[in-house]
Design a protein around this ligand. Structure first.
Ligand code: C5P
Length: 411
């Protein structure tokens, strides 16, 4: 079957020199089975011919909000309503600013404002325009609203300058779109997958940091990607999600309540404050097992020629275990990241922590575990069940986990 059969994409093209590259993306999406509807700004038509995009996609190209014709209602509303994904390629500084401000003064910006599907953009512009705080602030705003924003590449720009601002290679854009498709599913699939509607889901993610002094800490390599993926997919499936996260470089997913913590003790407080109200708790955080017994309140200095320093560590509370021991209606999911004896340790943790499911992954693999976008998981159930899944994106793995939860709680 074609990769993107039944997927509908709005390809929004704004007026930068890289607009002609949108034709390659349109062609690739179409060849892989997607229905691609292009919407262009007036400036974009100066850089890429609408006839090229129309010929490649087999669909009329929208340039005007006020067109009518057979099958067209209010064009931007219909385009937005049917889209499984909206991608702005390239996104100019101007279009980014308009989108961030919620302006809808042409077919492209009106479609974007009406869209409720996953949103993607690949900015491309002159380096100074990209680095201008106005553009950076607008991109930050869009990321916080859930846009997937690709970083532009470094290289020689159309204006002759060399720097950041080039549209990333078409293959890289395609990879990113494929990842988003995998995660999003089609609108049609999603409409019967609001299977966590009405459920309160708490997710923990990231590492915890345990202070040594005001400038140093002990932590681990957790990136938070798995937990953020679970939070984002649970929200997409209709749950009311609270994400309690240790420090990460990630943007909180759209539509998710977010509490930032640093230490294991803070994470415990934040989780316990919400636990009574939760239906499902998914503990993806890599909580530090130990904290520094007496963190210094000033920066510790090297003294004399002392070649050794000893830190006394105390065992942190095991949050999951505490939840397991006091659980009422809550369905508990734990994680186990192991480098060896995966099954044995995973089953041991499932029992010791009174969890209902335990998601195990082998972090010694380069393509699973910390700071990569893929994962290979095995889910162990308290009733003895075991299900191994193929290597996939963390977003797709998140859906496998949520599928297993839904199956067990019989919603
Ligand atoms: O014992 P281990 O750290 O491997 O257990 C992993 C699971 O337990 C994860 O779900 C993690 O979030 C949770 N955990 C916890 N509190 C700790 C240590 C781990 O909640 N102090």
């Amino acid at each position: 079957m074609e990769k993107f059969a039944n997927k509908k994409v709005v390809l929004a093209v704004s007026g930068g020199i890289a607009a002609y590259k949108a034709a390659d993306v349109a062609s690739w999406l179409t060849k892989n089975g997607a229905q691609v509807h292009c919407v262009l700004t007036k400036a974009a038509t100066e850089f890429v011919s609408p006839l090229v995009l129309q010929s490649l996609t087999g669909h009329p190209v929208v340039q005007d909000e006020f067109v009518t014709g057979p099958g067209w209602g209010i064009v931007h509303i219909e385009l937005a309503a049917e889209a499984d994904l909206l991608a702005v390629i390239p996104a100019t500084a101007n279009i980014i600013a308009k989108i961030a401000a919620g302006i809808a003064d042409d077919a492209l910006t009106s479609t974007v404002l009406a869209a409720t599907c996953p949103l993607f953009m690949a900015p491309a512009m002159n380096t100074h325009m990209y680095e201008n705080p106005a553009t950076q602030q607008n991109l930050q705003t869009l990321r916080q609203r859930g846009w997937q924003v690709m970083s532009p590449a470094n290289g020689r720009l159309a204006c002759g300058a060399v720097g950041r601002g080039k549209l990333p290679a078409v293959e890289e854009i395609e990879q990113e779109l494929e990842r988003l498709f995998l995660a999003a599913g089609t609108k049609a699939e999603k409409s019967d997958r609001l299977d966590l509607a009405g459920k309160k889901v708490l997710v923990t993610a990231g590492p915890t940091t345990e202070a040594i002094d005001p400038v140093r800490y002990i932590s681990n390599r957790s990136s938070g990607k798995m937990g953020y993926a679970v939070a984002s997919q649970a929200a997409a499936r209709g749950a009311e999600v609270l994400l309690v996260s240790g420090p990460t470089a990630l943007q909180p997913p759209a539509g998710v309540r977010f509490v930032q913590v640093e230490s294991a003790c803070q994470m415990r407080e934040a989780v316990l404050a919400e636990y009574a109200k939760c239906d499902v708790v998914i503990m993806a955080a890599a909580v530090a097992d130990y904290r520094v017994a007496e963190p210094a309140d000033h920066k510790i200095k090297k003294t004399g020629d002392n070649q050794e320093m000893t830190l006394r560590l105390l065992r942190n509370p095991d949050i999951l275990q505490e939840l397991g021991e006091t659980k009422q209606q809550q369905f508990l999911v734990g994680f186990a990241a192991e480098t060896h004896n995966l099954e044995e340790y995973a089953r041991g943790k499932l029992a010791a922590k009174h969890a209902d499911l335990l998601v195990a992954n082998d972090v010694s693999r380069a393509d699973a575990g910390f700071d990569v976008d893929t994962n290979q998981i095995i889910i162990f159930a308290a009733d003895g069940g075991r299900q191994a899944y193929p290597l996939t994106t963390k977003l797709a793995a998140a859906d496998y986990i949520l599928d297993a939860v839904v199956e067990k709680i019989n919603i």
